[in-house]
Design a protein around this ligand. Sequence first.
Ligand SMILES: Nc1ncnc2c1ncn2[C@@H]1O[C@H](COP(=O)(O)OP(=O)(O)OP(=O)(O)O)[C@@H](O)[C@H]1O
Length: 218
Amino acid sequence: MIEIDIKHHIQTSEGKSILDIKAKIPENQLVCISGKSGAGKTTLLRILAGLTKPMFGQIKFGDIIVFDSTEKINLSPQKRNIGFMFQDYALFPNLNVEENIFFAQPLNKEGEWAGKLIKIFDLEGLKKQKIEKLSGGQKQRVALARVLVQKAPILLLDEPLSAIDREMRIELQDEIIKSHHLLHSTTFVVSHDEDEINKMASCILYIKNGKAELVYIK
Ligand SMILES: Nc1ncnc2c1ncn2[C@@H]1O[C@H](COP(=O)(O)OP(=O)(O)OP(=O)(O)O)[C@@H](O)[C@H]1O
């Protein structure tokens, strides 16, 4: 179970506002986070990742308290056992595609899963290419492969397919669903695409006026 109970100030187009999120999400869900632009979707993912510190509250991943404002607990992203992908991708510009993906692979693991992801994401012909020479969609595919290779129990994906063309997007939606089931992860995906949400989500976390509502759809 992931338990979120936080409050955080955000600056919206209408002025200052409070993100007041309470949600209990059972394990192995594929949660799509939905809400209009500026609602706080990315902010919530960054809070879960440990990249943004909320003003108050508590977050638990299973039995582990990753954030507690009263107890002054705030685990670093590295200690949260998560995989995340934000819209800046944070790829290593000096490494090539293959090195970026292999670098993220847990130590002592065979390269099989990484090799499989390189195939699935149609990156074989680009393996030796430097990141700076890739298109936006290619970078996004590398970033997504690099998250999945980590086999983390919690995945945080901020619009992971937004730069990818429709045909490949549909294929990669299937791949996200497959690896979600294979890895038994709890996966959070921010998406604006209603078809994508309906296809992928087992539940939807709607963010509206600073509050969250969890709706199960499967
Ligand atoms: N570092 C920050 N400090 C203060 N306010 C911020 C910060 N980052 C974003 N905000 C504000 O918080 C609000 C929520 O932003 P956020 O990026 O989480 O929205 P979003 O739902 O992901 O939007 P979009 O769908 O457009 O990506 C916005 O009004 C934004 O201006």
